[in-house]
Write a protein of this length. Structure first.
Length: 155
């Protein structure tokens, strides 16, 4: 399995994965046009984040993971937020997420600026919780609050 940075040619597949992810994990029906624009915007502007995709030797992309950045003045370093994790259903349980996570962790450890990896998940997603714990992640003790401002799903 090859882990690589996503390119603009991956945009439609990433959009599809994100729509599936929202439906499967939170029973949300996202607006396809908004997600399409959001994916394209990130792929054009690496300061917003980066997608990594897992690709089989035959060339099929079977999973994704997105990183966004948060500066921590308390730690004088960047926190990489893992988001938009998705593995095609028929490839779950075969190490796709582990390969993506290991790749990102290696990049983070090689960087002098990254001080932590974080993610958030729907509190009812026990399958994801088990997967993240398996990667050595611990629940951080923080509670996330949100106030939607654009009419999106966070309202």
């Amino acid at each position: 399995m090859n882990i690589r940075k996503a390119v603009s040619g991956d945009a439609s597949l990433i959009t599809d994965f994100n729509l599936r992810l929202a439906q499967e994990s939170e029973a949300l029906q996202l607006d396809s046009n908004t997600v399409t624009q959001g994916v394209a915007t990130l792929l054009k502007d690496p300061s917003k984040g980066i997608y990594f995709v897992a690709e089989l030797p035959e060339g099929g992309v079977v999973g994704q993971l997105m990183i966004t950045y948060e500066w921590s003045d308390w730690r004088n370093g960047n926190i990489w937020w893992i988001q938009s994790v998705y593995v095609k259903e028929e490839f779950r349980g075969f190490g796709v997420f582990k390969a993506l996570f290991d790749h990102v962790e290696r990049l983070a450890r090689d960087s002098q600026e990254v001080c932590a990896l974080r993610l958030y998940m729907d509190k009812h997603n026990d399958k994801a919780r088990r997967a993240y714990r398996k990667m050595g992640m611990l629940e951080g003790g923080y509670v996330v609050f949100e106030k939607g401002l654009t009419g999106g799903t966070g309202d």
